[in-house]
Design a protein around this ligand. Sequence first.
Ligand code: ADP
Ligand code: MG
Length: 346
Amino acid sequence: MIEVKGIRKTFGVGVQVLRDVDLAIADGEFFCLLGPSGCGKTTLLRVVAGLEKPDAGTVAVGGKDVTQAPPHLRGCALVFQNYALWPHLTVAENIAYGLEVQRKPKAEIRATLADAFRAYQLEGLEARYPHELSGGQQQRVALARAMAIRPRAVLMDEPLSNLDAALRKSLRRELLEFHRRAGSTILYVTHDQEEALALSDRIAVMMAGKIIELGKPEDLYARPRTLETALFLGDMNLLRDGNIPASMDRSAGSGLAAPAAMSALCIRPENVRVHPHVSGSSEGADASGFLKGTLAFTEFMGTHATLGVDTASGRILARSDLSQAQSLDKGATLFLEFPPEYRLWY
Ligand code: ADP
Ligand code: MG
């Protein structure tokens, strides 16, 4: 549906922002481009949209090469972080605009508007002008307007990043619902890994102008292939070579070819098991594969707690249920277990 090949872009003198980017997004896919600020996400989206000309490479939409086509002939709707609404049109007129251009029947426009007002929580704001709306409200209008025409492909650049957390979550679900109903192909740019995990069919992780890893959210999360992805996506404990306890059997782990040669060990906090005692002597804890430490802090997270445990290998974060967390005092001795199947070697 959207195919990007060998895209390169350099700004000014030698700042290479996109370095040979290839992507192939399937028809109907919800595809996220995830990466830290400044890695080139917006530039890539602008290249796909036709707002930026690449130095090299091609863009195809629906099997048609559009590399030289102007934005409005690419068949993509756009929702940007600060997408300008028509200032002289009301909320209702803004949302209806694309439908009017397409000369849809009045009754259909009315029905679409009613749906949009409800879905994007715009009821009561129909007659307002953009300058009479908050930033969040304007962004919801921009989303509603892009979606109203049921575009085949939608390009979105951090469309939820200016909204508060509750609204972000509800609009996130609305977006998924829309995607399921309309079947549009969505290329969604975000630096927010939680958003990417929640929304995507697939995620491409981008760093410094390159796609470094691509896959389904579950796979990227459970088994990141690169250390960069492991550290970027979700909370992660990292033990560097000198800090990896000798007892951490390197033959067990992520199934990589040669863990013995690896120089970093990662494990997610929710995969660290916390034991207040281990059977046998506590002196021998390390020898039996447990990492001994003392509780430095407990962080209440609502549904669970995060424990910070200081060990000879540095501070390790571990997820704990609330009853266990409440039974532990600061300074308590703990034994951490890293189940082999959750050890990620790099
Ligand atoms: P992201 O969206 O991932 O935060 P951007 O694509 O906006 O990243 O920017 C990537 C890099 O390109 C940044 O270093 C940014 O400063 C630079 N950049 C973006 N647009 C321009 C431009 N028009 N001129 C010069 N540098 C730019
Ligand atoms: Mg950006």
